[in-house]
Design a protein around this ligand. Sequence first.
Ligand SMILES: *[C@@H]1O[C@H](CO)[C@@H](O)[C@H](O)[C@H]1NC(C)=O
Length: 220
Amino acid sequence: MLWIKRFCFVMTIVSAAAPLTELESALNSLIEVYHKYSNTSTNLIDHQGIELLCSDLDVSPTDVRILMLAWKMKAEKQGYFTQEEWTRGLLALRAYTLSELKNALPELEKDVRMQSNFADFYAYAFTYFLTEEKQGSIDIETICQLLDTVMGSTFRPQVDYFIDYLKIQNEYKVINMDQWMGFYRFCNEISFPDMTEYNPGLAWPLVLNSFVEWIREKQA
Ligand SMILES: *[C@@H]1O[C@H](CO)[C@@H](O)[C@H](O)[C@H]1NC(C)=O
């Protein structure tokens, strides 16, 4: 019965080796795609690479799905994808070729828009747009664009009003993380435009108190 033992032994090796080979070829493929877009001197996908990638994916560089892709990769620096980030993101999406990546985008969007992921994505979007090291806030103009991209399709009236408010007020030149997350809480917890539940005493960032006051004055 030695041959049976030997057969089983060989089969164990084959079945253990097979997934590895598959993974290896998948990795090779997604690295190959990476090199199509990466800068040869820095080995990073930079702004130019992202633009080319977007054009090949038929999406605009400002499309929310590109930000969702960056979230999936846990990309740290805006406008750049490292090989490690790329590999992490595409493996998670099980996308090993450009066309698989393109096909994965609708599923990615659905995934991000699930309640359990969206707050994390929303917070990520803020940190991704912090340009300077250690800088803790983002200028109003960028915030308005980011709000429109990230929240525009789910909370349209709140986003429109908040953008209008941010553009006409003079008190705030920048928005910090606390204020950014406060607006998310506002959209999720406060009915709009009546805002009957809004209680300024409940630890809201001050910018939201001023925002609500501004709307109430308009409504009066
Ligand atoms: C590659 O990156 C370097 C350094 O940032 C830059 O000077 C160069 O223009 C880039 N090359 C291409 C082809 O984008």
